[in-house]
Design a binder for this molecule. Structure first.
Ligand code: MSP
Length: 675
């Protein structure tokens, strides 16, 4: 029984598709989490692979005039090579066409058949070839003509089928599964997906009776589909793809083959899945495991979709974005960073090249790049490029930087009673916190001005500032290592750490003073050179991308040059009521690409809410805004924008193409007066 180890899986990918951003996301997420656990010193096993049987693959192979296995052998390379290029450290890669897998599937089927868990019966119903599943009458969607029967999942036309097949007695586990989900809140996360599965399992018909969970058809007649694992008790049938595919999670780790290995990793800590495959993972799979007498996964963790133009990215819709596109221009680490930082787990996010480049420039090129450049340049100029020996690293400003940086490391790791970002899979929050620590490093240089100290001959103080900066960089580079292993390796080596120390150890990230005084720090070329969108992709023409408001030359100059403003008196200023507010929800306004409609709280009571319309859609997605504590002008005359009333204005700072909201540096209730 897996007590102290960490086992994480991705879905196994269909080989009829080329990998896109959506596939890359799940795999990068799993890789990053696996790397964080290794960093925490936990024995880790990370599994990914490919799902190679079924109608879709059979059709795709036939279309390319290839035998199915030859076709799979070729296509899996597009996945395995991409994983190499994305620096994915999976411990195993399972293919459902491998003997080790097929044998276990056969054995499980035979065992369940012998136990009476599988039976043969006739069935007639609506079948979706795309999803390879029967659709129950109540779920069938009606087409526009009124005569078409469409799949509720993929929208394809359904076929009426009458056939004999084999069924797994899934329905008998309905009560047990409901009870299990209710008793184990951690089993399906985030909660909204737990509620979705519970909603499905406990739904009622129009008479108020609970809908029964159907048995699962697990056979497909060979005459129609030959590309599958034969049912061991009836050679005229092959196994339904989901019954075959889900077993990969246990066949790969030695189920029925190697008890010791299997016991080491099962039950799995996290099955990472996209929300499209919630039902197979939270209904089919747990009931299959119950029938086998195995413990259920600790957590099925569900993420949202990457969208293009608000639509799920998928091959059938022809709107996929190839991850390789970004490898040459921005590098693997930039893509890993963006995908990890820009999606809040459980929610959907739009992928646009514009937003990707914007975040690259602001977080990596500017914020992090700036800190690295400044620390290295100052060290070179004033300390000859060697880590300075400093007797006392302490002073007030340094203590603040140290607490902040180490605080982030601790927030990532958490404690047994208080799980950290990693255990909660809140990578976006973890990375936002790391970036806040980097900003604190930049602010520390600004406030401490080591160049002034050097000029004044305060050698010890100057050296202390630089040394503390380097320590902050050591910790930050360690925290970012699981997300950006290539660039952080470069940075850590440049900081004078040895090859053995490149891969960080968690305990060293929660302690200061880990660099060796006197070791050489090597100046390196910028880790993340600034990238101009247009230099890579040309003018912004794609509708999927927000039109960047290109600042007129004149405007840009004005932003950079010191400005002279008309003075106002304090009385003038006091006419403006500024207050803090919290964003409760945000949504797009139809037909107005730049605008977002926000509901905000301006106090604690239920009535203290109001609506504000703001032109920030090109910088923030609605998901990124919810929960933020902002500052608003509360007494502005209400206006109507695109037919929507706006009661106030939020404050934001703009420089060139970048815009950031003014937020509170700590927690105060909404409605606090700003002045
Ligand atoms: N083969 C099945 C899974 C079997 S697991 C036992 C399958 N394969 S898939 O290739 O179609 O998709 C696998 C996963 O890719 C999805 O669940 C999801 O994790 C990821 N994504 C595919 N498209 C996606 C997006 N547009 N956005 C985010 N992830 C999505 O389903």
């Amino acid at each position: 029984m897996n007590e102290n180890n960490f086992y994480i899986t991705t879905p196994i990918y269909y080989v009829n598709d080329r990998p896109h951003i959506g596939h890359a996301y799940t795999t990068i997420l799993a890789d990053t989490l696996a790397r964080y656990h290794r960093l925490l010193g936990v024995p880790t096993h990370f599994l990914t692979g490919t799902d190679e049987h079924g109608q879709k693959v059979q059709n795709a192979a036939a279309k390319s005039n290839t035998a199915p296995l030859d076709y799979c052998d070729k296509v899996i390379l597009t996945f395995s090579n991409l994983w190499k290029d994305l620096n994915i450290t999976n411990d195993d890669f399972i293919r459902t066409t491998q003997e080790r897998h097929k044998q276990v599937v056969s054995q499980i089927l035979q065992n369940l058949y012998d136990k009476g868990e599988i039976y043969k019966a006739a069935y007639s119903g609506w079948y979706c070839v795309g999803c390879e599943a029967y659709i129950t009458e109540k779920d069938v969607k009606c087409g526009e003509s009124g005569n078409e029967h469409l799949c509720p999942n993929c929208g394809r036309a359904l076929e009426q089928r009458n056939e004999e097949s084999y069924y797994f007695k899934m329905g008998q586990y309905q009560d047990r599964l409901i009870q299990y989900i209710q008793d184990h809140p951690e089993f399906i996360q985030p909660t909204k997906f737990r509620n979705e599965t519970l909603g499905f399992l406990t739904s009622k018909d129009s008479n108020g009776n609970r809908n029964k969970l159907n048995d699962l058809c697990i056979g497909r007649p060979k005459e129609r589909l030959s590309w599958g694992i034969p049912l061991p008790f009836d050679n005229n049938f092959v196994t339904y793809v989901w019954f075959d595919a889900l077993v990969n999670y246990i066949s790969a780790i030695g189920y029925l083959r190697n008890d010791e290995e299997f016991g080491k990793w099962w039950p799995v800590n996290f099955h990472l899945i996209g929300k499209d495959i919630l039902k197979p993972h939270t209904v089919y799979w747990p009931t299959m495991l119950m029938a086998m007498g195995l413990p259920l996964p600790k957590t099925v963790f569900v993420h949202g979709w990457w969208l293009t133009n608000d639509t799920k990215m998928s091959k059938s819709l022809g709107n996929v974005i190839d991850p390789r596109e970004f490898l040459a221009s921005h590098g693997c680490d930039a893509l890993r960073y963006y995908l990890s930082a820009a999606m809040t787990i459980g929610q959907d996010a739009n992928f646009t090249r514009y937003l990707f480049n914007l975040k690259y420039n602001s977080d990596l090129a500017n914020t992090l790049g700036n800190l690295v450049n400044r620390a290295f340049a100052l060290l070179e100029k004033f300390n000859g490029g060697f880590v300075p020996e400093v007797e006392n690293l302490e002073d007030e400003a340094s203590a603040e930087l140290r607490e902040k940086t180490i605080g982030v490391a601790k927030a990532l790791g958490g404690t047994p009673d208080n799980p950290g970002y990693i255990d909660k899979l809140e990578l976006d929050k973890a990375l936002a916190d790391v970036m806040a620590a980097v900003r604190a490093g930049n602010a520390y240089v600004d406030s401490q001005k080591p160049w002034v100290l050097a000029k004044e001959g305060k050698v010890e103080e100057q050296a202390r500032i630089i040394r503390n900066l380097l320590e902050a960089l050591r910790i930050v580079s360690g925290l970012l290592y699981p997300v950006m292993p290539n660039k952080m390796t470069e940075l850590r080596l440049a900081l004078g750490l040895s090859q053995d120390e490149v891969e960080p150890v968690y305990s060293k990230l929660t302690t200061w003073s880990g660099l060796k005084p006197g070791s050489k720090v090597t100046k390196i070329p910028p880790l993340f050179p600034r990238i101009d969108y247009e230099a890579i992709w040309g003018p912004l023409v794609d509708d999927a991308e927000p039109k960047a408001e290109k600042p007129a030359k004149k405007e840009k100059k004005a932003a950079e040059a010191p400005q002279v403003y008309e003075p106002v008196t304090i009385d003038d200023f006091s006419k403006v009521c500024l207050m803090s507010a919290q964003i409760l929800s945000a949504e797009h306004i139809e037909g107005a690409k730049k605008l977002l409609k926000l509901q905000i709280a301006t106090g604690k009571g239920e009535d203290d809410t109001r609506q504000i319309v703001s032109g920030i859609a090109q910088w923030y997605t609605p998901e990124q805004l919810v929960g933020k504590s902002i500052v608003i002008v509360a007494n502005l005359q209400p206006v109507e924008l695109r037919g929507v009333k706006s009661y106030g204005m939020l404050l934001a700072a703009k420089f060139g193409e970048n815009l950031r909201l003014v937020t509170l540096d700590g927690s105060l209730p909404p409605g606090s007066i700003v002045g």
